[in-house]
Design a protein around this ligand. Structure first.
Ligand SMILES: [Zn+2]
Ligand SMILES: [Zn+2]
Ligand SMILES: [Zn+2]
Ligand SMILES: [Zn+2]
Ligand SMILES: [Zn+2]
Ligand SMILES: [Zn+2]
Ligand SMILES: [Zn+2]
Length: 443
């Protein structure tokens, strides 16, 4: 930086030495922050700040542009360090805080601040993070949260989420190159970034986790009624839905021979054993007989079945009793039919316990209703509504609260709409009113 000249007497050097390095940096400081570089998130948004930079001007000899005569007339400058009149080469250091005149020999002797480059009294130099800095620079030094280096030039500032504590600062290089958290947009070292979600560990704590894939969810998530858990878009789109509860299945799930995918939760409560299912049907029958006097005149045949996943034509045949295959298709859980005076109830195996109770009661109610002296060709609202009413009674008696809520919340045609009608009748006229309504109402 110091231009050495062979002619030592040449003290009227007309050269202002300013390193290009400095000029460049000053120029960069003057730039306005780029638009859209930082996303603002819940009040803790980052903003870009431009620090005060010292301008370092080094002069050799007297000021530029003075005539020889005027220079001679001017008083000799005094060194700010040795306080002697300067006779020879000297330097002027300028910063936006101060201006220092120093003789060449003091300039050699005194240490310089590594930030502002101004010469300092040794007692005014502080060792801070491995750098020798003047008190002012030490106090105002800013450090990058990633590379830990003192920031020179442009930096980015992010306030902590809770708004407390010191904001974190990032140098322009780290800001440009470090991966950004997809939630707070903060530049984050890779080891503090969750690879799966792209969120930083701080944001990760607050994110919901997808129950199916276990990945933290950024942005939109899905919940399914009457089930626990949140699910990511990807799982909702691409994973098979549980036949029973409808949620996207997790990494571990069950695929039945009949093609049904069942989530782990539902599988854990599922009943496959035919004898157990028959026992549940017996219990349901006894409960409906005892509490509501729903006694059957003729015995029905109970059959525990898989889902019919053959062609639609085959499935239709089975439904009409024209084949021995299971008549249960699509989303069906059970079926009641009466072919040539023979009552039959079909129940799907592998359903959670409460759904077997619900389905058993529903189909039993159809069987009982069939034997009653009711108007011919009653509407589906009446038929399904009553079957749902009986199913609700069983869920209530058995204490299957969540399943009952699910049933009560249904608003779909027949099952939901029909049930709401019977519920309203019962509220007004009691259980007797329900049976009266069933035997009289046509539509
Ligand atoms: Zn001096
Ligand atoms: Zn300094
Ligand atoms: Zn940095
Ligand atoms: Zn974050
Ligand atoms: Zn997922
Ligand atoms: Zn399920
Ligand atoms: Zn039904």
């Amino acid at each position: 930086m110091c231009n050495r000249h062979s002619d030592e007497t040449n003290r009227h050097h007309h050269d202002i030495v300013m390193t290009t390095h400095e000029i460049e940096r000053n120029a960069e400081c003057g730039q306005t922050p780029a638009e859209g570089g930082v996303r603002i998130t819940d009040g803790s948004g980052g903003h870009m700040a431009i620090p005060r930079r010292n301008v370092f001007v080094q002069l050799l000899g007297a000021a530029l542009g003075l005539s020889a005569a005027r220079r001679a007339a001017a008083a000799s400058p005094v060194c700010d360090f040795c306080h002697e009149e300067i006779d020879g080469r000297y330097f002027i250091y300028k910063s936006n805080r101060t201006r220092v005149t120093i003789c060449a020999s003091c300039d050699q002797k005194y240490p310089k601040c590594e930030a502002c480059r101004l010469p300092q009294q040794p007692g005014d130099i502080i060792l801070q993070r491995g750098e020798r800095l003047c008190r002012e620079c030490a106090a105002s030094a800013k450090y990058c949260s990633i590379c830990q280096k003192r920031i020179e030039g442009r930096y980015y500032q992010f306030t902590e989420k809770d708004g407390k504590g010191q904001p974190s600062l990032y140098c322009a290089t780290c800001y440009a190159h470090a991966p950004k958290c997809v939630v707070c947009n903060r530049p984050t070292p890779r080891e503090r970034l969750d690879a799966a979600s792209g969120a930083c560990l701080d944001c990760l704590k607050d994110l919901p986790v997808c129950k199916a894939c276990g990945v933290a969810i950024v942005g939109r998530y899905y919940e399914f009624e009457h089930t626990d858990g949140k699910y990511c878009e990807n799982c909702k789109r691409n994973r098979p839905a549980c036949y029973t509860c409808g949620v996207p299945v997790g990494k571990n799930y069950w695929k039945f021979d009949d093609g049904r995918s069942i989530c782990e939760d539902c599988h854990a409560r599922a009943i496959f054993d035919k004898d157990q299912i028959v026992k549940i049907m017996d219990e349901v029958e006894q409960l409906l007989q005892r509490r509501y006097n729903m006694v059957l005149k003729t015995r029905f045949q109970l059959s525990v079945q898989p889902l019919n996943s053959t062609s639609l034509t085959q499935a239709r045949k089975a439904k009409e009793g024209l084949s021995d295959a299971s008549p249960l298709v699509g989303a069906e859980l059970g079926l009641y039919r009466n072919v040539n005076g023979q009552a039959e109830i079909f129940l799907l195996y592998g359903l959670p316990r409460e759904m077997i109770y619900e389905t058993a009661a529903h189909e039993y109610a159809h069987a009982w209703h069939y034997e009653q002296d009711c108007p011919f060709d009653q509407s589906l609202d009446i038929k399904e509504g009553f079957a749902q009413w009986a199913a609700a009674k069983i869920l209530e008696i058995k204490g299957f609260k969540q399943a009952l809520e699910k049933l009560e919340d249904r608003r779909d045609r027949y099952y939901g709409t029909g049930y709401q009608r019977f519920k309203a009748v019962e509220k007004k006229l009691g259980v007797r009113g329900v049976f009266d309504y069933l035997t009289k109402q046509k539509r």
